[in-house]
Design a binder for this molecule. Sequence first.
Ligand SMILES: [Zn+2]
Length: 249
Amino acid sequence: MEEIQAWEDLSNIPPDPPVMREICNKCKRPAIVCWCSALPPQRLNPRSNIILLQHPAEEKRCLRTAPMLQLGLDEKKFYIFKGKRFPQPRHENLENLLKHPNTILLYPSKTAIDIKELENEFTSYNLVLIDGTWPQAKAIYTASPILHKIKQVKLITTSTSDYIIRTQPTEGCLSTLETAAEALSQLECDPIYRKQLIEPLHMLCKFQLDNGAVTHQSKEFLLKTKTYPKLIGKRLSKLLKTTNEYIEH
Ligand SMILES: [Zn+2]
């Protein structure tokens, strides 16, 4: 009897292998780790535009936040351009955007002013952000002279990143999503961006933690406690120490 049952079970196995993983067609992630349900109920529609200049390596990271930003905002309010320097001939309309008088660049240089101190010269801004690690962002900035002419702003925030999975270069250093959400809330005087845009990130972090991902402490913390140099080697450790000086809290 058991043997017959076993043969029946075998004959019920479909001849084709099962579909490996169902992919969400919105966020392009496997359906079981899709964060789309945490997106704002309706795409947010700020007065200002977000212009993301993305380093090509950023797109390949497994935990990246640009798609969360893209899917959380109205399509007409979000632009993304990829490259190691900007603008290039393939970056349609970018040069125009970058030359616009209401364009501002979020970049923590010595001349950057606190975004809160922008006098309301314009009702809306084109807010340019560089998406990449700090050394990548610096390289993009250096290779793109047009960016040097744009009014530079910085975010003064004391909150530590929610993006706890990906090791942050320094305490208070935010992911691109968190940076854009915070900047929009300050520019538009509306907390909705800060609250709603980062929800997919919370969901992703929770999922990763529930599934055994390690909560990384920031590189700054690890450097202070001297556990990091062993892991990364002397050269990178030295580099991180110098780049920390550029990031203002
Ligand atoms: Zn999805």
